[in-house]
Design a binder for this molecule. Structure first.
Ligand code: AHR
Length: 493
């Protein structure tokens, strides 16, 4: 067994870990919305106003704080007025980005807001800057948030919703460097400034406006964009980064059948996000010295080849213990950078890419990634503590840090330590050196399996957390065993 030391200074309280870091993303893509979330009121699958009860319950279990919708690239072609009013009259459209299927718009603004109400999360609307108009976006905001007499508020009332909704998060465009219009940063920045001007704060509602930030390592985009924004009308910019094992979009690799080299390559590529965050934040700080503008990683996760036999445009992939390990690494990194990372949204919530939930007919399974979100949920709204681990290396051809960790403290003084070991061979004995707080009662959970183990519709309980006794207290030290290929969470009172 290898040894490591985890140093935690409970007296050095850092940033608040916004609950929104544990956010999700839902797009009209494949079976995410239809079948995955929304089955319609007349479905035999138990539902409330068309939303699957099992999925809503699961999203409540992980305390889903925020949900982004309607895309993604879909948002760049979405015209919200097609998705309101009597369902039989709603316009049908082609979902050009995702499989060329017919979108019947039966899930629109009212349904999305109802979904968020059922889950108890904040809605995050991604507005259409790519193919929409300023007027269209301005009217959507008016429709959702204006409490009074106006053309859009009257239309909303006619469609059955008397009172406006609260809408905080508004994305002014999605991937405008790509599917959102192939714009150059200067052009987009002008568009952003114009669009946001007409998105008003109505009736006490306060919009938190999010500009379309960079794709992965496009530092030029961040620099140009930030030089043209001001903190008065921008709360955050977004960053998109997907982990692709091979780094080759045309051959990403299978979600379930992979070599140990591919496994470590995936871990290595997942770790890349830290460098992206650090470098983009450095550029942001150059233009925004007081750190008033946040960074939102509103699309992240593993992107593999689709499951054999499924529609290539639907991006359906299984989810293994490898996904749990990369989820753990990503969430630890977001926690560690929560001074600037104010939100993150894993792509995507159900049946698409690195999902927390998969469905097939009336069956639903929780993926290994789901379990990591559940084990980490008490980090939400806690305060990050200064921590450091003298991690050893894992891997053979590809070398990565073996251990990833983050530590937070809640108002009641309890500490949550989340730690993962991506090493496929070595177990670690981690000694906690805790300064500034006495050790109280501890309780732990572990998620551990083979790297390619997954939950299937035949057996949904292959990869599941169990309570864990692999720790002991010796004097003022806590000694924790972190087995190979595992994620451990430990609460210290
Ligand atoms: O999540 C899938 C797609 O990835 C989104 O639609 C797009 O924004 C990104 O390129």
């Amino acid at each position: 067994m290898k040894q490591a030391k985890l140093y935690v200074n409970a007296a050095n309280r850092k940033s608040k870990i916004n609950k929104e870091i544990y956010g999700h993303f839902s797009e009209h893509l494949g079976r995410c919305i239809y079948e995955g979330i929304y089955v319609g009121e007349n479905s035999a699958i138990p539902n409330t106003n068309g939303m699957r009860n099992d999925v809503v319950e699961a999203l409540k279990e992980i305390k889903t704080p925020v949900l982004r919708w309607p895309g993604g690239c879909f948002a760049d072609e979405y015209h919200w007025k097609d998705g309101i009013g009597p369902k039989e009259d709603r316009k049908k459209m082609v979902n050009t980005n995702w499989g060329g299927v017919t979108e019947d718009n039966s899930f629109g603004t009212h349904e999305f807001m109802e979904l968020c109400e059922q889950i108890g999360c904040e809605p995050y609307i991604s507005g259409n800057v790519g193919s929409g108009t300023v007027q269209e976006l301005a009217e959507w905001v008016e429709y959702m948030t204006f409490d009074g007499i106006s053309p859009m508020a009257d239309l909303r009332k006619k469609n059955g919703r008397e009172k406006p909704w609260k809408l905080k998060y508004l994305g002014i465009g999605n991937e405008n460097w790509g599917c959102g219009g192939s714009m150059l940063p200067e052009y987009y920045a002008h568009e952003y400034r114009r669009y946001q001007t007409f998105c008003r704060n109505f009736s006490g509602n306060e919009l938190y406006k999010i500009a379309c930030g960079p794709n992965a390592a496009d530092y030029n985009w961040t620099d140009k964009l930030m030089s043209m924004l001001n903190t008065f009308h921008t709360k955050a910019i977004s960053l998109h980064y997907y982990t692709i094992p091979t780094g080759d979009w045309s051959k990403k690799g299978s979600a379930t059948e992979f070599s140990t080299e591919e496994y470590y390559k995936t871990i290595q590529n997942a770790y890349q996000i830290e460098e992206l965050i650090v470098k983009h934040c450095e550029i942001m700080s150059k233009h925004d010295k007081d750190h008033e503008i946040g960074l939102i990683v509103d699309e992240w996760g593993n992107w593999f080849d689709v499951e054999p036999g499924t529609n290539p445009g639907f991006l359906y992939q299984q989810n293994t213990m490898r996904d749990a390990i990369t989820a753990s690494i990503n969430l630890n990194i977001f926690n560690q950078h929560s001074d600037r990372v104010v939100m993150a949204n894993i792509a995507q919530v159900v049946n698409v890419l690195q999902s927390v939930i998969l469905t097939e007919g009336d069956k639903m399974i929780k993926t290994p990634t789901f379990h990591v979100f559940r084990m980490y949920r008490d980090h939400q709204e806690a305060t990050l503590l200064d921590s450091y681990i003298d991690s050893c290396e894992a891997g053979e051809e590809v070398i990565v840090p073996a251990l990833s960790q983050s530590v937070s403290i809640r108002e009641d003084g309890s500490i949550l330590i989340t730690i993962s070991n991506c090493d496929l061979q070595e177990e670690y004995e981690v000694t906690l050196d805790l300064v500034g707080k006495a050790l109280g009662d501890c309780s732990a959970e572990i998620l551990q399996s083979k790297m390619d183990a997954y939950n299937s519709f035949e057996d949904g309980h292959v990869v599941e957390p169990v309570s864990y006794e692999g720790y002991r207290v010796e004097g003022d030290k806590l000694i924790l065993t972190v087995p190979a290929c595992s994620v451990v969470s430990i609460k210290v009172k």
